[in-house]
Ligand binder design. Structure first.
Ligand code: SAH
Length: 345
């Protein structure tokens, strides 16, 4: 069976090229064509004939198929639904800022975390994505931009905040990061990649040891154990205080900080007491808080607080001198905002 080219990081590819005595420049040429060029029609033209036969016989260059594209009319957010080889579907979102984009990638089909506020969790975990399906989301979205919004095909940030728990599928996510980071690959700066987690400690260990410099976002959502247990069931196994203690021990570089995400849910975790406690546990850390008003989805049981309440919450955090941003939903008209991704719909 052919091996997907997009499952290989640069050293995997070099090893295959060397083992098979192919032209030693083939790895660089292939990476250059597939990760740096928007148009790949002639991509194998300047590879030596002897190497080309091997490459075409052994590598599969297919990418996840674009099944649907939803473009927001409000803010130019684009949501893609990708069809995978086994017919499963995953979603990817391009979030615009100043004619550039952040891309929100999925790491699993569905998710095992079962968070009570998240649409994806309702699907349960179907399976992990493989590296080529993660890298493929990026390449397809990038090429779609080149075709449909020429001149705007600049994806500056990658966030693993789509479907799935990236630290639950660490091997595939790590290899995708290696391809994104590689000078030969898409060459994205390490500080431009963020992995978001519900707080899966075994994965946190691997993140800190194996992909240092890649940013971390922790979905915090409540500083109180009982409430967090209700929102994020794995809090019972990996309680917040243990997660924070673990994160505190990780050496960060000077410019690095941890993002703490906090979904604001009306009359649940939006009081001054909640803000006060949140400020207390994060004060003094290299922290940045993203306040995300809860995004509703069909059948959701929570509501978002009004803007006055959200601003009040932020004012309390400001007294702790923690940088806090209220993240206004983008793409909510196409169900592309945080927590609205569910590929069964
Ligand atoms: N499993 C990872 C990544 C996926 S969720 C994690 O838990 O971090 C990415 C972000 O979307 C998280 O902060 C998550 O808490 C947030 N989110 C999920 N559902 C949401 C909803 N309905 N409204 C607003 N944000 C939501």
């Amino acid at each position: 069976m052919k091996q997907s080219f997009y499952d290989l990081n640069y050293s995997d590819l070099e090893a295959i090229i060397n083992q098979n005595n192919l032209n030693c420049s083939a790895a660089a040429v292939l990476f250059n064509w597939h990760y740096k060029k928007k148009e790949t029609a002639q991509c194998h033209d300047n590879i030596a004939k002897s190497s080309l036969a091997f490459i075409e016989k052994n590598f599969d260059f297919s990418l996840p198929e674009i099944d649907l594209v939803h473009e927001s009319t409000k803010d130019r957010t684009v949501k893609f639904l990708f069809k995978l080889k086994d017919q499963h579907k995953v979603e990817t979102v391009l979030i615009p800022f100043n004619n550039k984009y952040s891309i929100c990638l999925s790491s699993q089909v569905g998710c095992a975390m079962n968070c009570s506020f998240c649409f994806t969790g309702e699907q349960g975990l179907k399976r992990n994505l493989i590296t080529s399906e993660i890298v493929g989301q990026f390449l397809q979205a990038w090429r779609w931009l080149a075709r449909n919004r020429p001149g705007e095909e600049r994806i500056l940030n990658i966030v693993f905040m789509g479907q799935g728990e990236p630290l639950h599928n660490f091997d595939a996510v790590k290899k995708a990061c290696e391809i994104f980071l590689s000078q030969h690959g898409t060459s994205i700066g390490v500080q431009k990649i963020t992995i978001s987690t519900a707080g899966y400690i075994p994965g946190l260990k691997r993140w800190s040891e194996e992909i240092p410099g890649v940013n971390l976002a922790l979905s915090l959502h409540s500083p109180f154990a009982e409430k967090r247990n209700e929102l994020i069931p794995i809090n019972k196994k990996y309680p917040l205080d243990e997660v924070l203690t673990y994160i505190d021990k990780i050496p960060l570089n000077k410019k690095q900080f941890i993002t703490y995400e906090y979904i604001l849910i009306k009359d649940f975790n939006d009081s001054a007491d909640d803000a006060e406690k949140l400020g207390t546990i994060l004060a003094g850390k290299s922290a940045y808080i993203n306040l995300i008003p809860f995004n509703a989805f069909p059948g959701s049981r929570y509501e978002s607080p009004d803007l006055a309440k959200i601003e009040k919450f932020k004012e309390v955090l400001d007294t702790f001198k923690i940088p806090t941003l209220i993240r206004i939903a983008k793409g909510d008209d196409v169900l592309a905002a945080c927590g609205q991704l569910n590929s069964n719909n």
